[in-house]
Design a protein around this ligand. Structure first.
Ligand SMILES: NC(=O)C1=CN([C@@H]2O[C@H](COP(=O)(O)OP(=O)(O)OC[C@H]3O[C@@H](n4cnc5c(N)ncnc54)[C@H](OP(=O)(O)O)[C@@H]3O)[C@@H](O)[C@H]2O)C=CC1
Ligand SMILES: O=C([O-])CC(=O)C(=O)O
Length: 442
Protein backbone atom coordinates (compact mmCIF):
# COMPACT_ATOMS: atom_id res chain seq x y z
CA UNK A 1 0.00 0.00 0.00
CA UNK A 2 1.43 3.41 -0.83
CA UNK A 3 1.89 5.62 2.18
CA UNK A 4 2.40 9.35 1.96
CA UNK A 5 3.43 11.00 5.15
CA UNK A 6 3.47 14.78 5.38
CA UNK A 7 6.35 15.99 7.46
CA UNK A 8 5.67 19.62 8.35
CA UNK A 9 8.36 19.46 11.01
CA UNK A 10 11.04 19.15 8.39
CA UNK A 11 12.29 22.35 6.87
CA UNK A 12 11.48 21.25 3.38
CA UNK A 13 7.90 20.19 3.98
CA UNK A 14 8.68 17.29 1.75
CA UNK A 15 6.78 14.04 1.72
CA UNK A 16 8.27 10.74 2.68
CA UNK A 17 7.44 7.66 0.74
CA UNK A 18 7.58 4.83 3.20
CA UNK A 19 7.67 1.14 2.52
CA UNK A 20 4.91 0.09 0.24
CA UNK A 21 3.85 -2.90 -1.72
CA UNK A 22 2.03 -3.47 -4.87
CA UNK A 23 0.72 -6.97 -5.15
CA UNK A 24 4.13 -8.13 -6.36
CA UNK A 25 6.74 -5.52 -5.57
CA UNK A 26 8.17 -3.94 -2.50
CA UNK A 27 10.18 -0.70 -2.33
CA UNK A 28 12.44 0.27 0.53
CA UNK A 29 11.79 3.52 2.38
CA UNK A 30 13.03 6.55 0.55
CA UNK A 31 12.86 10.30 0.80
CA UNK A 32 11.51 12.68 -1.78
CA UNK A 33 12.59 16.27 -1.60
CA UNK A 34 11.75 19.45 -3.42
CA UNK A 35 10.04 17.79 -6.30
CA UNK A 36 6.99 18.71 -8.16
CA UNK A 37 4.93 15.86 -9.51
CA UNK A 38 7.71 14.28 -11.47
CA UNK A 39 8.19 10.96 -13.10
CA UNK A 40 4.63 10.06 -12.36
CA UNK A 41 2.16 8.42 -14.58
CA UNK A 42 -1.32 7.77 -13.33
CA UNK A 43 -1.83 4.09 -12.79
CA UNK A 44 -4.48 2.32 -14.74
CA UNK A 45 -7.83 2.36 -13.02
CA UNK A 46 -8.03 -1.32 -12.49
CA UNK A 47 -8.84 -3.29 -9.45
CA UNK A 48 -5.14 -3.86 -8.80
CA UNK A 49 -3.81 -0.41 -9.51
CA UNK A 50 -0.01 -0.48 -9.68
CA UNK A 51 1.87 1.93 -7.47
CA UNK A 52 3.97 4.63 -9.10
CA UNK A 53 6.21 6.85 -7.10
CA UNK A 54 7.98 10.12 -7.90
CA UNK A 55 11.43 9.26 -6.68
CA UNK A 56 14.72 9.46 -8.49
CA UNK A 57 16.54 6.32 -9.50
CA UNK A 58 19.21 6.95 -6.84
CA UNK A 59 16.66 6.87 -4.12
CA UNK A 60 15.03 3.60 -5.01
CA UNK A 61 16.47 0.16 -4.72
CA UNK A 62 15.66 -2.36 -7.34
CA UNK A 63 12.27 -3.83 -6.75
CA UNK A 64 12.42 -7.08 -4.86
CA UNK A 65 9.80 -9.73 -4.96
CA UNK A 66 8.17 -10.21 -1.57
CA UNK A 67 5.85 -12.97 -0.53
CA UNK A 68 2.34 -11.67 -0.12
CA UNK A 69 -0.54 -13.29 1.67
CA UNK A 70 -3.54 -12.83 -0.56
CA UNK A 71 -2.95 -9.99 -2.99
CA UNK A 72 -6.69 -9.60 -3.42
CA UNK A 73 -6.97 -8.70 0.25
CA UNK A 74 -4.31 -5.98 0.22
CA UNK A 75 -5.63 -2.45 0.23
CA UNK A 76 -4.17 -0.35 -2.50
CA UNK A 77 -3.85 3.31 -3.23
CA UNK A 78 -6.30 4.42 -5.83
CA UNK A 79 -5.65 6.33 -9.07
CA UNK A 80 -4.51 9.88 -8.58
CA UNK A 81 -3.91 9.19 -4.89
CA UNK A 82 -0.92 7.04 -5.83
CA UNK A 83 0.90 10.15 -6.97
CA UNK A 84 3.28 12.04 -4.72
CA UNK A 85 3.33 15.75 -4.15
CA UNK A 86 5.77 18.42 -3.16
CA UNK A 87 3.95 20.44 -0.56
CA UNK A 88 6.67 23.08 -0.58
CA UNK A 89 5.54 24.04 -4.04
CA UNK A 90 2.10 24.68 -2.62
CA UNK A 91 2.45 27.66 -0.33
CA UNK A 92 -1.06 27.34 1.03
CA UNK A 93 -0.23 23.98 2.49
CA UNK A 94 2.65 25.23 4.63
CA UNK A 95 0.45 25.61 7.68
CA UNK A 96 -1.19 22.25 7.29
CA UNK A 97 -1.19 19.79 10.14
CA UNK A 98 0.23 16.30 9.92
CA UNK A 99 -1.79 13.92 7.77
CA UNK A 100 -4.32 11.80 9.67
CA UNK A 101 -5.56 8.36 8.74
CA UNK A 102 -9.30 7.83 8.69
CA UNK A 103 -10.58 4.30 8.06
CA UNK A 104 -14.21 3.80 7.05
CA UNK A 105 -16.06 0.49 6.82
CA UNK A 106 -19.19 0.06 4.72
CA UNK A 107 -17.52 2.62 2.49
CA UNK A 108 -19.63 1.74 -0.53
CA UNK A 109 -22.88 2.10 1.41
CA UNK A 110 -25.42 4.91 1.55
CA UNK A 111 -24.15 6.72 4.65
CA UNK A 112 -20.57 6.68 3.48
CA UNK A 113 -21.63 8.11 0.16
CA UNK A 114 -22.46 11.32 2.01
CA UNK A 115 -19.84 11.15 4.73
CA UNK A 116 -16.70 10.58 2.67
CA UNK A 117 -17.21 13.78 0.71
CA UNK A 118 -17.63 15.81 3.89
CA UNK A 119 -14.45 14.33 5.32
CA UNK A 120 -12.54 15.03 2.13
CA UNK A 121 -13.84 18.61 1.91
CA UNK A 122 -12.44 19.49 5.35
CA UNK A 123 -15.88 19.89 6.93
CA UNK A 124 -14.98 17.57 9.76
CA UNK A 125 -11.34 18.05 10.73
CA UNK A 126 -10.90 21.57 9.39
CA UNK A 127 -9.38 23.36 6.40
CA UNK A 128 -5.77 22.80 7.51
CA UNK A 129 -6.04 19.07 8.13
CA UNK A 130 -4.97 16.81 5.25
CA UNK A 131 -6.40 13.31 5.44
CA UNK A 132 -5.90 9.81 4.11
CA UNK A 133 -9.09 7.83 3.58
CA UNK A 134 -8.86 4.07 3.86
CA UNK A 135 -11.99 2.43 2.61
CA UNK A 136 -13.08 -1.02 3.74
CA UNK A 137 -15.43 -3.07 1.64
CA UNK A 138 -15.90 -6.73 0.81
CA UNK A 139 -15.83 -8.96 -2.24
CA UNK A 140 -19.43 -7.80 -2.76
CA UNK A 141 -18.50 -4.18 -3.01
CA UNK A 142 -15.08 -4.20 -4.71
CA UNK A 143 -16.31 -2.59 -7.91
CA UNK A 144 -18.51 -0.16 -6.04
CA UNK A 145 -15.57 0.92 -3.88
CA UNK A 146 -13.62 1.76 -6.99
CA UNK A 147 -16.57 3.85 -8.10
CA UNK A 148 -16.48 5.73 -4.80
CA UNK A 149 -12.74 6.30 -5.18
CA UNK A 150 -13.28 7.57 -8.74
CA UNK A 151 -15.79 10.13 -7.47
CA UNK A 152 -13.35 11.23 -4.79
CA UNK A 153 -10.67 11.67 -7.46
CA UNK A 154 -12.97 13.73 -9.64
CA UNK A 155 -13.86 16.03 -6.75
CA UNK A 156 -10.31 17.49 -6.66
CA UNK A 157 -10.24 17.97 -2.88
CA UNK A 158 -6.92 19.60 -1.91
CA UNK A 159 -6.92 18.10 1.58
CA UNK A 160 -7.47 14.54 0.41
CA UNK A 161 -3.94 13.23 -0.05
CA UNK A 162 -4.49 9.51 -0.11
CA UNK A 163 -7.31 7.07 -0.82
CA UNK A 164 -6.85 3.35 -0.56
CA UNK A 165 -9.39 0.60 -0.85
CA UNK A 166 -9.31 -2.92 0.52
CA UNK A 167 -11.28 -5.77 1.98
CA UNK A 168 -9.02 -6.84 4.83
CA UNK A 169 -9.53 -4.86 8.05
CA UNK A 170 -6.00 -5.77 9.20
CA UNK A 171 -4.75 -3.83 6.22
CA UNK A 172 -7.29 -1.02 6.00
CA UNK A 173 -7.16 -0.18 9.73
CA UNK A 174 -3.36 0.05 9.85
CA UNK A 175 -2.34 3.22 11.76
CA UNK A 176 -5.96 4.42 11.79
CA UNK A 177 -6.44 7.44 14.03
CA UNK A 178 -10.18 7.41 13.41
CA UNK A 179 -12.19 4.31 12.55
CA UNK A 180 -15.74 4.93 11.42
CA UNK A 181 -17.46 1.56 11.46
CA UNK A 182 -20.53 1.88 9.30
CA UNK A 183 -20.78 -1.43 7.44
CA UNK A 184 -23.27 -3.91 8.86
CA UNK A 185 -25.92 -6.24 7.56
CA UNK A 186 -29.34 -4.65 7.61
CA UNK A 187 -32.08 -6.54 9.44
CA UNK A 188 -34.19 -8.27 6.83
CA UNK A 189 -37.87 -9.22 7.01
CA UNK A 190 -38.54 -11.94 9.53
CA UNK A 191 -35.03 -11.85 10.97
CA UNK A 192 -34.86 -12.10 14.76
CA UNK A 193 -32.98 -9.35 16.54
CA UNK A 194 -30.87 -12.06 18.18
CA UNK A 195 -29.78 -13.25 14.73
CA UNK A 196 -28.86 -9.72 13.73
CA UNK A 197 -26.86 -9.33 16.94
CA UNK A 198 -24.96 -12.47 16.12
CA UNK A 199 -24.28 -11.77 12.43
CA UNK A 200 -23.22 -8.18 12.94
CA UNK A 201 -21.49 -9.05 16.20
CA UNK A 202 -19.13 -11.34 14.27
CA UNK A 203 -18.20 -8.42 12.01
CA UNK A 204 -17.45 -6.17 14.98
CA UNK A 205 -15.52 -8.86 16.85
CA UNK A 206 -13.24 -9.29 13.85
CA UNK A 207 -12.89 -5.55 13.36
CA UNK A 208 -12.11 -5.06 17.06
CA UNK A 209 -9.30 -7.62 16.76
CA UNK A 210 -7.97 -5.90 13.68
CA UNK A 211 -8.02 -2.47 15.36
CA UNK A 212 -6.25 -3.99 18.35
CA UNK A 213 -3.54 -5.38 16.12
CA UNK A 214 -2.84 -2.55 13.70
CA UNK A 215 -4.57 0.76 14.52
CA UNK A 216 -3.03 3.72 16.33
CA UNK A 217 -3.02 2.99 20.09
CA UNK A 218 -5.20 6.05 20.59
CA UNK A 219 -7.59 5.41 17.70
CA UNK A 220 -11.08 6.85 18.18
CA UNK A 221 -13.75 4.42 17.02
CA UNK A 222 -17.30 5.44 16.11
CA UNK A 223 -19.65 2.51 15.59
CA UNK A 224 -22.62 3.31 13.37
CA UNK A 225 -23.65 -0.13 12.08
CA UNK A 226 -26.61 -1.45 14.04
CA UNK A 227 -27.25 -2.50 16.74
CA UNK A 228 -24.52 0.08 17.35
CA UNK A 229 -24.30 0.06 21.17
CA UNK A 230 -23.77 -3.68 21.44
CA UNK A 231 -21.58 -3.73 18.34
CA UNK A 232 -19.39 -1.09 20.03
CA UNK A 233 -19.24 -3.24 23.19
CA UNK A 234 -18.16 -6.28 21.15
CA UNK A 235 -15.59 -4.19 19.32
CA UNK A 236 -13.98 -2.79 22.47
CA UNK A 237 -13.93 -6.19 24.19
CA UNK A 238 -11.96 -7.53 21.24
CA UNK A 239 -9.50 -4.65 21.39
CA UNK A 240 -8.04 -4.82 24.90
CA UNK A 241 -4.98 -2.74 23.98
CA UNK A 242 -7.07 0.27 23.02
CA UNK A 243 -8.69 2.29 25.83
CA UNK A 244 -12.36 1.27 26.16
CA UNK A 245 -13.11 4.97 26.50
CA UNK A 246 -12.18 5.49 22.85
CA UNK A 247 -15.17 3.52 21.52
CA UNK A 248 -18.42 5.32 20.69
CA UNK A 249 -21.82 4.21 19.47
CA UNK A 250 -23.48 6.86 17.34
CA UNK A 251 -26.51 8.41 19.07
CA UNK A 252 -25.92 11.90 17.75
CA UNK A 253 -28.58 11.44 15.09
CA UNK A 254 -31.10 10.82 17.87
CA UNK A 255 -29.95 13.97 19.67
CA UNK A 256 -30.34 16.00 16.49
CA UNK A 257 -33.80 14.54 15.92
CA UNK A 258 -34.81 15.44 19.49
CA UNK A 259 -33.56 19.02 19.06
CA UNK A 260 -35.58 19.38 15.90
CA UNK A 261 -38.81 18.21 17.56
CA UNK A 262 -38.33 20.49 20.59
CA UNK A 263 -37.62 23.46 18.32
CA UNK A 264 -40.73 22.75 16.27
CA UNK A 265 -42.95 22.54 19.34
CA UNK A 266 -41.49 25.69 20.94
CA UNK A 267 -41.58 27.62 17.66
CA UNK A 268 -37.89 28.48 17.77
CA UNK A 269 -35.04 27.71 15.41
CA UNK A 270 -33.09 24.68 16.57
CA UNK A 271 -29.94 26.59 17.47
CA UNK A 272 -31.87 27.74 20.56
CA UNK A 273 -32.12 24.16 21.86
CA UNK A 274 -29.22 22.89 23.98
CA UNK A 275 -28.28 20.33 26.63
CA UNK A 276 -30.18 17.49 25.00
CA UNK A 277 -29.14 14.04 26.18
CA UNK A 278 -30.11 10.76 24.60
CA UNK A 279 -29.78 8.11 27.30
CA UNK A 280 -29.18 4.46 26.54
CA UNK A 281 -29.59 2.36 23.45
CA UNK A 282 -29.89 3.48 19.83
CA UNK A 283 -33.23 1.68 19.65
CA UNK A 284 -36.86 2.41 20.37
CA UNK A 285 -36.11 2.27 24.12
CA UNK A 286 -33.77 5.27 23.92
CA UNK A 287 -34.62 8.14 26.25
CA UNK A 288 -34.59 11.69 24.88
CA UNK A 289 -34.13 13.75 28.05
CA UNK A 290 -36.41 16.81 28.20
CA UNK A 291 -35.81 17.29 31.94
CA UNK A 292 -32.26 18.61 31.55
CA UNK A 293 -32.66 20.06 28.05
CA UNK A 294 -32.92 23.82 27.53
CA UNK A 295 -34.54 26.20 25.08
CA UNK A 296 -33.08 29.70 24.99
CA UNK A 297 -31.21 28.77 28.17
CA UNK A 298 -34.40 27.89 30.07
CA UNK A 299 -35.46 24.37 31.13
CA UNK A 300 -37.61 22.87 28.40
CA UNK A 301 -40.43 22.26 30.88
CA UNK A 302 -40.66 26.01 31.51
CA UNK A 303 -41.02 26.66 27.79
CA UNK A 304 -43.12 23.65 26.76
CA UNK A 305 -45.64 23.19 29.56
CA UNK A 306 -47.42 20.27 27.91
CA UNK A 307 -45.91 17.42 29.95
CA UNK A 308 -48.12 14.81 28.29
CA UNK A 309 -46.71 15.83 24.90
CA UNK A 310 -43.15 15.61 26.23
CA UNK A 311 -43.61 12.22 27.89
CA UNK A 312 -45.59 10.57 25.12
CA UNK A 313 -45.58 12.22 21.71
CA UNK A 314 -42.11 13.78 21.78
CA UNK A 315 -40.44 10.72 23.25
CA UNK A 316 -42.06 8.30 20.83
CA UNK A 317 -41.45 10.56 17.85
CA UNK A 318 -37.71 10.62 18.52
CA UNK A 319 -37.58 6.89 19.27
CA UNK A 320 -39.34 6.03 16.01
CA UNK A 321 -38.11 8.80 13.74
CA UNK A 322 -35.95 6.38 11.78
CA UNK A 323 -38.95 4.20 10.94
CA UNK A 324 -41.10 7.17 9.97
CA UNK A 325 -38.37 8.24 7.57
CA UNK A 326 -38.10 4.78 6.03
CA UNK A 327 -41.85 4.84 5.36
CA UNK A 328 -41.51 8.10 3.42
CA UNK A 329 -38.13 7.62 1.80
CA UNK A 330 -38.10 3.86 1.33
CA UNK A 331 -34.65 3.50 2.93
CA UNK A 332 -33.00 4.44 6.17
CA UNK A 333 -31.54 7.83 6.98
CA UNK A 334 -28.25 8.27 5.20
CA UNK A 335 -27.63 11.99 4.70
CA UNK A 336 -28.72 13.01 8.20
CA UNK A 337 -26.77 10.11 9.66
CA UNK A 338 -23.64 11.31 7.85
CA UNK A 339 -24.26 14.82 9.18
CA UNK A 340 -24.58 13.41 12.69
CA UNK A 341 -21.29 11.50 12.32
CA UNK A 342 -19.68 14.82 11.35
CA UNK A 343 -21.25 16.41 14.43
CA UNK A 344 -20.07 13.55 16.64
CA UNK A 345 -16.46 13.84 15.48
CA UNK A 346 -16.47 17.63 15.64
CA UNK A 347 -17.74 17.45 19.20
CA UNK A 348 -14.61 15.50 20.09
CA UNK A 349 -12.11 17.66 18.21
CA UNK A 350 -13.47 21.07 19.21
CA UNK A 351 -14.13 22.35 22.73
CA UNK A 352 -17.76 21.95 23.83
CA UNK A 353 -19.46 25.35 24.17
CA UNK A 354 -19.63 26.57 27.77
CA UNK A 355 -22.54 25.03 29.67
CA UNK A 356 -23.59 22.67 26.88
CA UNK A 357 -22.92 18.98 26.18
CA UNK A 358 -23.45 16.33 23.53
CA UNK A 359 -24.67 12.72 23.54
CA UNK A 360 -22.59 9.73 22.59
CA UNK A 361 -22.78 6.04 23.44
CA UNK A 362 -19.76 5.22 25.59
CA UNK A 363 -18.50 2.58 27.99
CA UNK A 364 -20.25 2.86 31.35
CA UNK A 365 -17.45 1.82 33.72
CA UNK A 366 -16.98 4.56 36.30
CA UNK A 367 -20.11 6.50 35.30
CA UNK A 368 -21.42 8.83 38.03
CA UNK A 369 -25.14 8.13 37.47
CA UNK A 370 -25.48 4.57 38.75
CA UNK A 371 -26.03 3.06 35.33
CA UNK A 372 -24.94 -0.59 35.11
CA UNK A 373 -21.25 -1.01 34.33
CA UNK A 374 -19.77 -2.82 31.34
CA UNK A 375 -22.21 -1.75 28.63
CA UNK A 376 -22.14 0.98 25.99
CA UNK A 377 -24.77 3.55 26.90
CA UNK A 378 -25.52 6.97 25.51
CA UNK A 379 -24.80 9.70 28.07
CA UNK A 380 -24.02 13.44 28.19
CA UNK A 381 -20.39 14.33 27.54
CA UNK A 382 -18.12 17.34 27.19
CA UNK A 383 -14.77 17.59 25.43
CA UNK A 384 -11.90 20.04 25.49
CA UNK A 385 -11.32 19.27 21.83
CA UNK A 386 -8.46 16.79 22.13
CA UNK A 387 -10.51 13.80 20.99
CA UNK A 388 -11.25 12.73 24.55
CA UNK A 389 -14.35 13.51 26.66
CA UNK A 390 -15.69 13.50 30.19
CA UNK A 391 -19.15 12.64 31.45
CA UNK A 392 -21.26 15.58 32.63
CA UNK A 393 -22.01 15.37 36.34
CA UNK A 394 -24.57 18.09 36.90
CA UNK A 395 -27.69 16.45 35.51
CA UNK A 396 -30.89 15.76 37.39
CA UNK A 397 -33.23 12.77 37.35
CA UNK A 398 -36.89 12.38 38.22
CA UNK A 399 -38.92 9.17 38.48
CA UNK A 400 -40.08 9.33 34.87
CA UNK A 401 -36.56 9.79 33.49
CA UNK A 402 -35.00 7.18 35.76
CA UNK A 403 -37.64 4.53 35.03
CA UNK A 404 -37.12 5.04 31.29
CA UNK A 405 -33.36 4.79 31.76
CA UNK A 406 -33.83 1.47 33.57
CA UNK A 407 -35.82 0.11 30.61
CA UNK A 408 -33.16 0.93 28.04
CA UNK A 409 -30.47 -0.32 30.46
CA UNK A 410 -32.32 -3.66 30.78
CA UNK A 411 -32.40 -3.96 27.01
CA UNK A 412 -28.67 -3.39 26.72
CA UNK A 413 -27.90 -5.87 29.51
CA UNK A 414 -30.01 -8.45 27.68
CA UNK A 415 -28.27 -7.70 24.36
CA UNK A 416 -24.94 -8.17 26.10
CA UNK A 417 -25.99 -11.67 27.21
CA UNK A 418 -26.86 -12.49 23.58
CA UNK A 419 -23.30 -11.80 22.49
CA UNK A 420 -21.36 -13.33 25.39
CA UNK A 421 -19.70 -15.69 22.90
CA UNK A 422 -18.28 -12.66 21.08
CA UNK A 423 -17.06 -10.71 24.10
CA UNK A 424 -15.16 -13.58 25.70
CA UNK A 425 -17.73 -13.95 28.47
CA UNK A 426 -18.91 -17.50 27.90
CA UNK A 427 -22.03 -18.94 26.37
CA UNK A 428 -24.62 -16.63 24.91
CA UNK A 429 -28.12 -16.70 26.38
CA UNK A 430 -30.51 -14.59 24.41
CA UNK A 431 -33.74 -13.56 26.09
CA UNK A 432 -34.55 -10.06 24.96
CA UNK A 433 -37.23 -8.08 26.83
CA UNK A 434 -39.83 -7.93 24.04
CA UNK A 435 -38.33 -7.81 20.60
CA UNK A 436 -37.47 -4.14 20.68
CA UNK A 437 -36.68 -2.37 17.52
CA UNK A 438 -33.99 -0.34 15.85
CA UNK A 439 -35.15 3.23 15.28
CA UNK A 440 -35.61 2.35 11.62
CA UNK A 441 -38.00 -0.51 12.29
CA UNK A 442 -41.74 -0.17 12.80
N1 LIG B 1 -26.43 4.68 14.59
C1 LIG B 1 -27.21 5.35 13.79
O1 LIG B 1 -27.65 6.46 14.13
C2 LIG B 1 -27.60 4.80 12.47
C3 LIG B 1 -27.12 3.59 12.06
N2 LIG B 1 -27.46 3.08 10.83
C4 LIG B 1 -26.89 1.80 10.48
O2 LIG B 1 -25.75 2.04 9.66
C5 LIG B 1 -25.47 0.88 8.88
C6 LIG B 1 -25.16 1.27 7.44
O3 LIG B 1 -26.25 1.93 6.87
P1 LIG B 1 -26.24 2.30 5.30
O4 LIG B 1 -24.94 2.89 4.90
O5 LIG B 1 -27.48 3.06 5.03
O6 LIG B 1 -26.41 0.87 4.71
P2 LIG B 1 -26.06 0.28 3.27
O7 LIG B 1 -26.89 -0.95 3.15
O8 LIG B 1 -26.13 1.32 2.23
O9 LIG B 1 -24.53 -0.12 3.45
C7 LIG B 1 -24.17 -1.00 4.44
C8 LIG B 1 -22.86 -1.61 4.09
O10 LIG B 1 -22.66 -2.63 5.05
C9 LIG B 1 -21.86 -3.60 4.49
N3 LIG B 1 -22.09 -4.95 5.00
C10 LIG B 1 -21.30 -5.51 5.91
N4 LIG B 1 -21.70 -6.75 6.17
C11 LIG B 1 -22.77 -7.00 5.43
C12 LIG B 1 -23.61 -8.13 5.27
N5 LIG B 1 -23.41 -9.26 5.97
N6 LIG B 1 -24.62 -8.04 4.39
C13 LIG B 1 -24.84 -6.91 3.70
N7 LIG B 1 -24.08 -5.80 3.82
C14 LIG B 1 -23.03 -5.85 4.67
C15 LIG B 1 -22.04 -3.50 2.99
O11 LIG B 1 -20.78 -3.23 2.50
P3 LIG B 1 -19.81 -4.34 1.93
O12 LIG B 1 -20.53 -5.06 0.86
O13 LIG B 1 -18.69 -3.51 1.47
O14 LIG B 1 -19.46 -5.22 3.09
C16 LIG B 1 -22.87 -2.26 2.76
O15 LIG B 1 -22.27 -1.38 1.81
C17 LIG B 1 -26.71 -0.02 9.07
O16 LIG B 1 -26.38 -0.99 10.04
C18 LIG B 1 -27.75 0.93 9.63
O17 LIG B 1 -28.71 0.22 10.39
C19 LIG B 1 -28.24 3.78 9.96
C20 LIG B 1 -28.74 5.00 10.32
C21 LIG B 1 -28.50 5.59 11.64
O1 LIG C 1 -32.72 1.24 11.86
C1 LIG C 1 -31.94 1.70 11.01
O2 LIG C 1 -31.23 1.05 10.26
C2 LIG C 1 -31.85 3.19 10.87
C3 LIG C 1 -31.50 3.85 12.13
O3 LIG C 1 -30.76 3.36 12.96
C4 LIG C 1 -32.03 5.18 12.34
O4 LIG C 1 -32.66 5.74 11.45
O5 LIG C 1 -31.84 5.70 13.45
Amino acid sequence: MAMLELSPSSSSHAIKASTFHSSKLSYVPSRISHQRRLNVRPPPRTRHAKVFCSVTSKEVQAPVAVPTEDPKKKSECYGVFCLTYDLKAEEETSSWKKLINVSVSGAAGMISNHLLFKLAAGEVFGPDQPIALKLLGSERSREALEGVAMELEDSLYPLLREVSIGIDPYDVFRDAEWALLIGAKPRGPGMERAALLDINGQIFAEQGKALNAVASRNVKVIVVGNPCNTNALICLKNAPNIPAKNFHALTRLDENRAKCQLALKAGVFYDKVSNVTIWGNHSTTQVPDFLNAKINGLPVKEVIKDTKWLEEEFTEKVQKRGGALIQKWGRSSAASTAVSIVDAIKSLVTPTPEGDWFSTGVYTNGNPYGIAEDIVFSMPCRSNGDGDYELVKDVIFDDYLWSRIKTTEAELLAEKKCVAHLTGEGIAVCDLPGDTMLPGEM
